[in-house]
Each structure stands twice: as C-alpha cells, then as structure tokens.
Design a protein around this ligand. Sequence first.
Ligand code: SF4
Length: 868
Amino acid sequence: MRLPLIPLTATLKHAIDRGIVVTHTARQAYELKYSWMHKNVLDGVRAFPSPEIYSFDEWLQRVYEDLVRIGIPHAQRFLITHSSLRLAFQLCAPESDYVKHVAATTRAWRTYVEWNLQRVGPDLEVTENGRLFRTWVRKFQNFQKRQKIITLADLPALITLALNDSAWCPKEVTFFGLEEVSPARQELIYQLREHGCNVSEIQPPLLESKRHRTIKFETSSRERSTLVTWIRAQLSTLGSNRRIGVIVPDLATGAPRLRSQFEASFFDCYSVDRVVNIGLGFPLRDTRLCKDVVQFLDWTTRDLGYEEILQLGRSPFLRNLAIPDAFSDTYPERMYFREYVVREKDEATIPALRSILRLCSGKKQALHEWVNRVIAILETAGWSLYKDAETQRAQAAFMLLFSELTKLSPLLGSITWTRAVDLIRNELRAQTLTVDIRNTPVQVFSREEATGLVFDALWVTGTSEEQWPPKVDLNPMIPISVQRKARVPRVTQAQILNWAKKMSEDWARMAPNAVFSFVDEEKDNADFFLESSRLLAPHKKVEVATLLEHPEVAERDHPWGSQARESLLLQYSPERGTKLPEDTTWIRTSTIRDQSRCPFRAWAIHRLNLPDRISPHRLPNVLDRGTDVHELTEKLLKTAQNRAQIDQLGSEDIAEAVNQVLKKRRRRLPAGFIDRERERLTKLAHRWIEFEVSRDDFKVVALEKKFSTKIAGLDLSLRVDRIDTTEELSCLIIDYKTGTASPNSWLPPRLNEPQMPLYSVVVPDTDGLAYQKIPATGKITMTGFADTQDQRRKLKTVPDTLGTDFSDAKAKWKHVIEATVEQYKNGDARVDPINVKTVCQHCHLMGFCRQFTDITFELETPALDDVE
Ligand code: SF4
C-alpha cells in the first residue's frame, strides 16, 4: 500500500474520532479518508465505520439535505449544481449571443454571492461586462424565485440563517487546511462558534523547510524524460510503496505527453496505471465518444460536409449507421442525416436508420422526453457495441449528465429537437470525465490540487521567472475595481505574489527531496536567458548529471514523449514493409505507376488502403472534364472510324455526341451550366475533328478495348483508349491527355508514367505509342514513339536509351516493369519519389511520409545513408 499523502497525526485522528472533518479541497478529503483506512489496515482492524470527512462543498450539500429533512422553511428549494447550474444560466442569458460566456458567468456567480458583491451596488455596472453580468444575475435571481431553486453559493448564508434560527447546529466540526475562505463561509464558521459548536482548525502537517534543487532544460521533452527517469530511480531507491509527487501548471494540456513519457520509460510494467495517476479527470469533450456523439446529434439538426460524415463512419460507436468508406459523386457535397437515410439502399441498415429518424423528429416535447430519445438513438446507432474502460466511464458520465438534465426538464417546458440537441451538446462539452484516483506511488497534480499533501520526493515543473508567480487571472464578468474592493483573493499582483511565496515555501516543506524545473525555450536568443523564479532562489542550481546516476538514459527522448523532428523521424520511416501475401494474384496499373514513382506512395495507397479520397461534387472537376473528352471522342469515333469519315462528321453528329456526354449531368446541374458545357464541348469536338483530319491516313481498329496478361506472376487487366492502324504502323496505341504529358516519362531507369509502356507489353504487335494532347483551349497535338517516323513527324523513333528499335524498347520496358512489380511484391516502401516537383506536389501523403516540410520542393531528396 502506498503511504498516505496526509500523515495521520494524533490531532487529526482525534478530530476524525470526534466528529466531522471538513477539508479545503476534494483531494484532501480523499487523501484523509485514505490515511484513515491505511492506519486501520496496518493496525489489523478489519471493519471500521466510514469517517465523516468531506470537502467544504460536499459538507454544505450534506448539511442542506439535513435541513430539508428537518423541514426548515428556507430549505424547501431544489439544489442545483454543476451542469444544472450552467444550464439554468444559459436559460437566463440576456441574449442568445451571450450563451458562450456562461462558464465565466457561472464562476462569477459564486464570487458575487459568497463575496457579497450586491453590496457594492452600481460599481458593478462601470464596465460593459459588469452591466451584462448584473442583468444576467437579475434574470437568474427571478428565475430562482419562480422555479424555487437554490445554488451551492447560496448555501453558506442559508445555513447561517438556520443556525441563527436555532434550527440546526452540530456539536463539533474540524476544518482542515482552509485557505482563501469566502466571507460567506467565514461568517458560517463564526456563527457555528457563536452557537456553541466546538469548531477547531487544523493546518496540514508539513515537514521542516529544506534547501532543494532547481534545474533548467532546453526543451520540454528533455524535461519530461529527465523527470520520469528520476522518478524511476527514486522508486528503485525508496521502494514502490513510497510517494512521489509531480506538480504541473496545467494538467489539461500537459497530461497526455507526460503519460506517453511514463509509458515509454515504464515499458516493462504491465500497465502504467499501476505506477502513475494523473490528476482527477480530463474534459469529456476530449474523448472520442463525446466528439462522435456530439457530431452525430448535430447531423440530425444540420447538414454536414462529406469529410465530416466519413469521419462519423469511422466511429466505433456508430457502427449501425453503416456509413460507407466513400460516397459516389451522385451524393451532394453536404448532406442532412435525413438525406442520407433516404439514399440508403441496404435492407439490413434501413430499419435502424429510419427508427433514428423517427426518434429525432416530431413536435416540441419536454427535455426529459428528448433525453430518453437520445439514449434510444445512441443505442440504435451502436454506441454500446464498443467497450473499453475509458468508453464505459465516458458513457457513465453521459448518463449522469442526462439524469441531471432531466431534473431541469420542468423548468424548460416544451422545446424543439434542435434546442434539446443544443442544450445537450453544450453540457456534454462542459463536463469533466473524472477518473478514479488510483493509489499509485506516483501522483501528478495541478498546483492547487497538491496543497496540504506530503511526499517522499517531489518534482515541480513550470517554475521559471516567467511562469512563477503566475499572472493575475481575473473573472472577465466582474470589474477589477469591484473584485479588489470586495477583497476577492488573487486579483492583484501583490496578492498573487504573497500566495506564490506561501506556495513556494509549502512546496519546500512537502518533501525531503524536491526538484523545481523549468524550460528555457528562448535558448537560441543570445540576449535572453530565462532563470528560475526568484521565489525559489534559496534552492541550489543543478545539472542533469547531479540528479541522475546515468544521465545518458534521459538523453534520448522517446518519440512518444517528444516533439516531431525531421531528422529523428526519418529514422523511423520504414524502408521495407511486409511482403505481398502469397495468395495475392492480381495487380492494378495504378499500383505499378505508384510503385515506380514512389515506393512509399504505393505502399500507403495499395497496402495500407490510404487512397486520396475525392469528395462528391456537383460541378465537374479536372478529372471529370478529362472523362468527358474521352467519352466525346469515343462517341464520335463510333460513327466515324477513319480520317475520311471523321471529315464527314457534321453538326448533328457532334450535337448528338455532346448531348450523350452531358446526359448524366443534366439532372444535377442547372440548365444554364449545361448550355455552357454544351458550347465548350462542341467547340472542342470541332477542334478535335480538325486535328484528326490533318493526320496521315489511319483507321481506328479498337476503342476502350480490354486486355489482360501476367506481370511478374500477377494478373493484370487494362483498358486501352484507342488503337489505330496507319500506312506505316499496324498497331498504334493512342491515349488521350487533357493535361501535360510527354513521352519522356516512358524513359528508364524509372518510368514516371509506366501506363503506355505497359500497353506496349500487353497489346500484341504494338508498334507505336502516342499521347493525343487535347488541352481545354489551343492546339491539339500528338507525340510519341513508333517503329518508324510518320510523314508529318508527329511520332519519332525510339531514343537510344530504349534501344535501336521499337522491339528493343518493348523488351526494356518489360524488364523495368517486371522489376517494379517485384519490388512491390517484396514490400519495398522507400520514401523515394522519382521527381519531387512532379510527383510529390499533388501527393496527399506528404504529411504521412514526413519527407518534406518545405512545400516549395527546393530540397534534394536526401539519400537514406546520409540521414543521422
Ligand atoms: S509526398 Fe512524395 S515522397 Fe511522400 S509519399 Fe508522396 S510521392 Fe512519396
């Protein structure tokens, strides 16, 4: 068992034996109960009553419950806390625009009531925020009267009233570690004494002050790796039942990286949760479950974009929605949930989707009825199918929130589904997912949470002169002058300094061995040296070598705990993936192309299934326009297969072909747009006919013809755009290109565009390859290689790099393509683009391959051997 963080002194034990102990923080209440239990277990006591130890807030709530039971007149109101309080403030917002300030207003409410700000009167209205707050408070107070509700902040005054009416008074109360107590709570404690309650106060038992150590780091990742290595060393020296504390300025942002570092350094533990407990909880909105549920509920009230819907489809909590991996382009770019349901064709999925649709439709209803429907919707969508400990905790937090919200249902009356989703979304985002405090040897706290605890070793981060003392954190809703006049704590620089001084002294008394660290992120700035806070000046400056027996262990920051750095990350980029499974029998042309252009790209797209997803779109993009050109030429060539016949094509033939091409778009696009497209394609058809007529005689022998073969043992099927015969050539393969294209991309050693060479290998008797380049405007051209040069010099003979004739070229291409396929089969996944300017510029994997941070592509691709 880990030793207690609050030693159970004789005074404390006596106080617990006698009656109620009220602590300043919830964490102190937890630790004090743990100390009590620890002592009883060590003493061999098997059964003992649960001690009456509460945090101040918890105690106030319990007393109020007693007053309700007694039936005193002021205690007949409904107590609202946390999310219900926020929701009540939302309902009273002066205008809907102000709802986003509800968190600050709820905090200001406590200050307003407990620091008795109503007595400062008009001063509150000297600022615009103050006036807004005053109006908001008036509305809320009317709401309180109407709905007969009371808040936690009202309880100290109400309980004081009950004391003065002699309706209630405990015999004995001990307060532990109280600090910065509000005037309302001070008055309550005073009245307890006045009415004969035996009130005592105990301060936490800290150690003698000691001279500790301060240390500076150049990076926060080095600070984390040293900290965790030091903790590991402490545990092996002191033993696993000892108490190691870590205090960080901001748990919400620092916790995930710190946890990763613990996972990296305690890699040999079954679970890092047995070693370290980090904080009391984290925002529910950071959980995947919350993000997905909120997004899905939103979808039932507004349209979402294609990517947002696909993201929902990847949710493990919404499996029954059966959202596909990709949508066809008949889907709109943005869609309502209703539209998705209407388009769904899968018989197995339709009942669930329709049932969800029914549940989120209908007339206005009470919030509790909508909440019941939300639960039914989530069940239908499959949120309970995925079960791990964190998800179950998050689901429990959802249910707790839902039950709180239903309590407020009578206050709201009938509301629409959209309003209900709005309320639920705001509340879910404001929740904290509390975690069980594990009694692990290492405990990580925020600054406030650690007060009054002791450890065997302590590490405090964020102690540079810039971070400690911290800046004044004022509530924006209350004017500064009012906060100062009412003596609200920590609202002036002097108050903050005093508080930080006391805190620094307490830290020095919380452990016999403490380290204060900070990071100097300005290390490159020669004019600026960050130092440790002057409040920690009595402590001694040290280096890593003083703290750790083996400082080299902390030198290599673990990738999980460190910032991404190019040179380091390259070490982890794999050169080779697993081999292609033996039972794979086929390969695509696009795979060969990607492998040839960049093996990593082929690996990512074809082995890891990470293709570049194209969003559904109504207006045609570049690819669609390219397809239109293919279809148009194909349709024209179906009626005219040689030069003479093409020359005879008239306006009617062209109009017919253009109409057929545009048929698929007519339903989805406005008539004006279709007319413009018709005009554009008609002009293009005329240009194309003119070009075809300018060529030497030819005959089209095949259009969109399929071929198949085996390459390096794998089946390959492909479709050739067009095959012509001419006077010189018996099989000229033509491929249409609407963008840039050059036969140079067919040159070895690596083929930038292996598609045409592949055709020459697959199609029997090929003796020419040509790109027909059809730009949107300008001249149509044809370029390529053939066995013989044609009379109009549109095609050239093969260059020397490919051999002396076309047969040589085909043999060479076959060899190169087979070698490329072999590489792919062997799992070659090198990040090795053939040309960064042409290949990487449009590659969607740039962030994944981590090769380039400079989008201008001025860097040379580094050879892997040169990488550190
Ligand atoms: S960005 Fe370039 S190097 Fe990275 S995967 Fe794509 S093609 Fe390869």
